[in-house]
Structures are given as structure tokens and as C-alpha cells.
Design a binder for this molecule. Sequence first.
Ligand code: MSP
Length: 521
Amino acid sequence: MSKKDNKFYITTPIFYVNANPHIGHTYTTIAADILARYHRMAGDKTFFLTGTDEHGAKIEEKAREAGMDPQKFADEVSASFSLAWDTLNISNDGFIRTTDERHKKAVQNALQYMYDKGDIYKGEYEGLYCRGCEQFKAENDLVDGLCPDHKTAPETMSEECYMFKMSQYQDELVKKIESDEYRILPAERKNEILSFLKEKLQDVSFSRKNVKWGIPLPWDGTHTTYVWADAFLNYLTGLGWEGQIPLTPFSKGGDNLDMWPADLHLMSKDILRVHATIWPAMLLSLGLPLPKTLFIHGFFLVDGQKMSKSLGNVIAPEDLVKKYGVDATRYLLASATSFGQDGDIGWTKFDEKFNADLANGLGNLVSRSLTLVGKMKEAGMDIEKKGEVETFDGIEFNHAIAEKWEKYQEYIAQFRIDLSLKIIEEQIRFLDGYITATKPWALIKNNDERVGAVMYNVLERLRHISWMILPFMPETAEKIWAGLGLDSQEEMKKELKEVVEWGGLSVDADIKKPEPLFPRI
Ligand code: MSP
């Protein structure tokens, strides 16, 4: 893939290291990986960043409970995130940790800049603080006095702190969100934020005196940086930024700074509000361009209930991998819900989907197709390349795939990975129907030459399917290539515009029967 005129910088939230990853974090990360892999396949210059958020009161408390030094504690949990992403074949280009020295220094530089500019001032803040969210809450955010996300009562906090003049950026923010210059998707999330921004935005406390586990403010070491101010800057420090203003692309800051602004921040609704207020206001204060799009996906519910430790229904990514394998786990999560909406998941659903879509669907199609080619060759019959439209026993089959690719790409451009998957499913169903209608086994038996064209159409369409599934299930795509006699290193050198043409498969392809892709559960 060589075209490098477009860029795509995608991020996940950096995850808190208070506990090991579960499939909620995994969902966001797999979705980001799919989009990153698609953009690489399309030839775009791509950077995919994930990482861990390691400071603040919550982590300090968890480390204390575990009787551990916070840094050691963070090291262990952060490693469990990297390990999970390695296992799942996540292709991130960077993994940022907020305890990295370089990140800490950059945060200090950035805050010093905002302080010198007069955007951070000394004040006093009194409010209700939820440690789970690491955020102050307004009375009307609470349900029966509890944080609706964490079901705990926030603590009353009153302390001297440094405040960020977020309020002065409100009008500019509203304009940028309304005009989609700072685009929030899906539309209902944008509306929710615009209605929140009808109320006067308050300044936000940017430092803590009582939290030791954080980055000291450069001008007043008795305060540590508010964990969200620290965390947001990861999106820049993860590109190698050292906190210098202006952001000069090829300065000593890092080779990847030309990837800024982010094209897509992916996350769920729990952290939308801060991403639509504090983060862009910080960027405006720093005089830096805003990210282009926030896409907010839904929450996973397990059998109708929120996933939580206290309910004991937390599913870890390795539980899924053990049962279904890496690619199937990626598929089951990516297709679990309509992307952007909450969705119910659970083991029964996963089992059913695995068997229906993967074992009986794709797996069976690949195995049945390649077996038929084997039989055909044994009978001494050859594959024959024909056009994109074919009439077989009076039924017309249109093998042209261009339109399908267009749809697939359109959905990816809208970040609707679930809908792109539906296009793939449609192709699988089409081919199954085609094989049933043309009965290649009977053609072979009757020595009917038409089987050559029929099987070419099957294999060539399988080749297209393999490319469409590459971002979702990279190992499966390679296994299909092996079956089609294609060398994966050669394939990966191809440009997408070549790949999507009809007729890429040679009639001399060395077809082999692969191991079963998805043995039934
Ligand atoms: N550390 C902050 C983010 C800082 S980004 C500058 C944080 N971390 S978190 O560990 O709580 O991660 C929250 C994110 O994890 C959600 O926005 C979402 O991406 C993912 N999910 C966590 N639970 C989830 C579900 N049950 N379902 C779907 N996604 C979930 O917030």
C-alpha cells in the first residue's frame, strides 16, 4: 500500500489502571483497531494510539488497598492492558502511559503556558467529587444523591486550587460543535451536548492539594495536576509532543506530530461531556487545532445489567479468546451491537453468533468452496474466468462487487463498523445461495464444463470477502488467502484500487484446503 496523501489519527481513551481490562475497554480498542487497519489498507498514513491513565485519587486509593506503591501498582495493571492488546492482535502504533517521564514534562510545559497566559488562576473550589469519575458533580447529575455511573455518594470537597478559565471558551465551543468543525457523532450525542452547553459553563479545578499521586504543578509544587488535565494531553504526548507551543510539526517534539489534529477520538458516553468541554477548551487555550470527530459508542450490558465488579458479571477479554479464539472474539465484539447504541451481550448470544455466522457461515463457505475445487481438479476440470454477470439455468447472477465495496467504504467513513460487517454477511449469503443454485457437485459428476466458471466466480468473490474482513479478522483473511493460493506478503503490497477490481484471482491459483476456520462450539 503506497498512497500517502491522506492521514488518519485515531485514539481510544487511555484506560484507568484501577483494574484489569474488561470487554468494555476491549470493545473500544477493537473498533479503533478495525478502523486503523482499514485506513492502512486504503493507503492512508495512519497512527493509532491507546494507553493507560495512571494518576489521581482513584489509583492512589487502589494501590493503597493493595498495599502497593502506586507506581508499581500502575506498572502491573498497565502491563495487563498491553498484554491483552497484544493477544487480540491490536495494531496500535503507540502506547502512552501518563507516568512516562516525557508525558509528565510535557504536561508541565503545557500548564505553565496556560498559567502564563492567565488562563489558570488561584481560587477555591467547593463541590461534590466522585472519585470513580474523577469529576466534580452538580446536584442535578446525581440520582438519589448517588453518582449514576458509580452508584456511590460523592464526597464534599472544599480546597484551595488552581482553576482553569474554561467558561471563557464556551461561546467558541458551541459554535464549533454546532457547525461540526468539532463533530460529535452520533447526532443525538451532539444534541445532548449542545443542550448541556445552554447552561453557563463553570470554570474547572485543575489541581489537587490532597492528592499526592499526580504531576506537580511546575509553578507550585504543593499541588498536583487534575487527572483529566493530565490525561487529555496524552493525545498529543502520544505523538511525541514535549509541550512546546506553537506546535511545530517537525521540531524536536516527535516524528509523529504532523498527525495532529486527531481525526477520531473513539469512546463511550461516560466521558463525552469532558471531551466536549474541558479538552477542546484546553486546546483553544493552547492555540492548537481541535480534533475533527468524536464518535460515541454505546455501553455493553451483560444480560440486561451493567457490567460491574460488584455484580460479578465482568467478562475479561481472555475469557472470550480462550473459548472462541482471537479473530472470533474480534468479530463477536465488533458485531455485538449497533455501533453508537447500547447493547446487551452474553455468553448464550456469543455462542449462537459464533455458530451461525462463523462456523456455519464464513467457515463453512470457505471449506465447502475449496473442497469443491479439489474435487473438480481431481476430475481433471479447469477453472475458467468469466465476466461479472452470468446466467445459469435461466437465473441471473451478478458477481460485480464494486457497489458492495462502495457501501462497505461508506459505512467505514461513517465509523459504522457494524454495518460494514453486514455487507460482508450479505456476500457470504449470496455465495451460499449461488452454490446451492448452481450445484457444482452435480456439475462435476456430470462432467459439465460450466463448473469451471461457477467455481471461478465463487473463489474470486471469496477473495473480495477476504479483503473486506481483513481489518476485522486479519488472521482469518490470511488463512483464506493461503487457501486461494495467495501469498500474504504479496497481497499486502497491493493497492486497494487494484484489490477491489473484479478478476484479481488467477485461473492457475494453487488452491489448497485450509484447516477448519471456526470449529463449531
Ligand atoms: N481514564 C479515563 C479516560 C481518559 S481519556 C483522556 C477513563 N478511563 S476508563 O478506564 O474508565 O475507560 C472508559 C472507557 O472504556 C469508555 O468511554 C469506553 O470506551 C470503555 N468502556 C468501559 N466500560 C464499557 C462498557 N461497559 N461498554 C462499552 N465501553 C466501555 O474514563
